[in-house]
Design a binder for this molecule. Sequence first.
Ligand code: ZN
Length: 836
Amino acid sequence: MYRWLIVISLVVSTFAWGELPKIVPDRGQTAFEQAVKRAGTDLKLMCLAAHPDDEDGATLAYFGLGKGISTTFCLANWGEGGQNEIGPELYEQLALIRSRETMAAARLIGADVLCMNLKDFGYSKTQEETIRKWGSKNMLRKMVFVIRKVQPDVIVTNHRENEGHGHHQALAALLPEAVKLAAMSDKFPDQIKRGLWPWKVSRVYQRRNLPYLPNGENFDVEVPVGTYDKLRGVTYAQIAGAALQCHRSQGTWFQADKLAPSTYFKQILPVDGKPASGLLDGLEKEHSLARGYFPVAGIKQDVLEKAGYKKCQKALAKAVNRMDGSRKDVGKALADALKALRKTRAKIQQDMSDAMEAKSPGVSVYRAAIQYLYTREVDISNALGKCSGLHVSASLDDPTLVRRQEFTTTINLANRGAGSIKNATAKMLLPYGWRVIESGPAAVGEIAVGDSASLQFKSRVYSESPIYGEIENLYKKTTPPTTPVRVRVTATAFNVDFTNTIEVPAQLLGKLSVLPQPHVIYVAPPQQGGRSLTFHLRAVNNSHETTNCRFTLTFPSTLRKTALEVSPSSREFKLQPDGSWAWKVGLKIPADMRKGEYTAFAIVESDKGDTAACEMKVVVLDATLPASLKVGVLPSYDDTLANSLASLGASVEQLQADRLSFRDLSQFDSIFVDIRAYLAHKNLPQHNKALLDYARSGGNLVVMYHKTAEWKSEYAPYPLELGRDRVSVEESEVRVQMPLHPLMTWPNQLHDEDWKGWIQERGLYFPSKADDHYSRLLILNDPEEPPLTTGYLVAEVGEGSYIYTSLVWYRQLRNGHEGAYRALANMAAYPRRERK
Ligand SMILES: [Zn+2]
């Protein structure tokens, strides 16, 4: 995901800015100038990127903030198949984190975000694999959809069809075709029926990383992203650097202050013709929409020009030119632009009626022109608002809403400008079925300079409003989830009415919710007497009313017959307004409980008829571990490893890295060092000797995968260097080289089945050099790649043993993969094996 960045940072080490400046959201003069610049152009730039942090922030900031161009980054997915460097969340939860990180980065760059929700199935080496999994038609449909939705004049991408992640390659490979199809009205006609227009992208550019251009390759345009923004006092590359820091779950962006001072691009489309000298050069003048060319069904008409749009454009140009002078001049010019725009629209509306009457085939062009003018009006209105000094803010008395709830919205209108603002009115924009039930005055006659006014509306949430969880919300649409509550303010300044719409932070929740911790417990069948498991449950009251609740636990009938004991299985409790209540449910698993999945449902019902339910699952695995095995775990980002060992029946203690040298480690049969622990615990290297001594004196030290840069060969008892090889196809064949080795046979005999059904990938950062002391247990590789023999290594060390494995066991364990549990049991039990 960030390879290009690292490459660049190495090259430009002489071009360092030092500490990254803190970037703050625009306000005051900066916000004003930004809004005027935005109103002054209708060009749009889209960056197509596979994952969060693949966006070309510097280029987007240069054009978006510097030139006022509307910018969007469009992602394939939220990068949920990646690793999480700040916490235990993976998959959907990680998507949620990354969506927030991406939105934060986008706010700094001033860009919009769209996501195509092409599922992140993990690292992919080839475009073929990615295109097979995503489906080329599905990819094209989604790419065409975002192009038609955004209507970009220019698309840039960092991705190339022959390098890097398969997701990157696949997007780059299909982009030219998607651009072609987006402009054709007979392709994906359902999108056209739903209100989108065919769209012709003027140019497509692909990023080139200087000076690493292969022989003979060149670039067409350079973007000087190292230019200082005169308002913000930082360069666009610095803003992009600060934005990269928002992607915290992807690691620390220690090179973010060294982004290169220029970005370089090769023009990919159009293929023929001389490339322009600048990314957007010439487009301002020949721009399709402003010139009245609508790529709708191939019809060219000077609709806008004929209706007098030039007047609006002239006024906008004047507003931009006067930005350094008085706001009054800018305001007047914007007011003229708005008036001219409305006149143009009225004329086109008339033309459209005439055309409809005459059954002329060009009606859709008029419609497109009207839609275009509405979006321009929003930009000009925003600029007028900023120019007048009108500041609008709004908040709810309670931002977490439930069905039927009544809530009050307070809207503050402040005049921070130099002239009076008149006839300010506000309107609530609410979802279907929600109602305003009470309001004070909805208008203010005049807000004098320096004054403010506030308006209040009481509204009610519709009783049937659909309620989605945060994650459902994220995957439902291409646009990231926003609030259900918006406010529209209309006011008069510079003798013209203008409208500003703002979003009010709010979230709609169910009245009751109940959550189990954990959701699933995996367990090996207990050997004798059974085993007790505990689920923690928590019920939350999202409403402001005291609620009497009753909790019941239900099982499918087959399960109840087994001797599973549950306590308590029902209970009554009271939830205070906005309160919560937590309790434990104990399950006893009998010794003879069969392998399989057992589900119980916790149901909470209130005396007011609201209910919430959650699922708790127990999965009994076919895996065994010798009795009374004691295991130490040095965790890194989550509890998967410790929980999994406990599930197998081991007695598990979590170790602290900085205490290792001061502890008697000999009490542990095995010690596990979790993935990337040498990065997660800064002081682990200095206590590593204690771990190696433990192994030498008879212990069994098991180390999970690490990344190349965070590992040193001397951490292992014999030389072990890590490389960059991965096996990313999770179905790829695993060839067992030492089938009789205890790690393959005892106490669980591993079968072919145990290597099937893996998720995401097999392993990563395989050792590139391993000393001869290591036995190589497995051979595996991606299709058509050389075999890798270092994925699972074991060596005898003094009286004990050392295991290093690059396989992604933790993903399989989290997913309840039985084979992974069986293999893990063998690792933990290794010191108890029969020795010859
Ligand atoms: Zn990526």
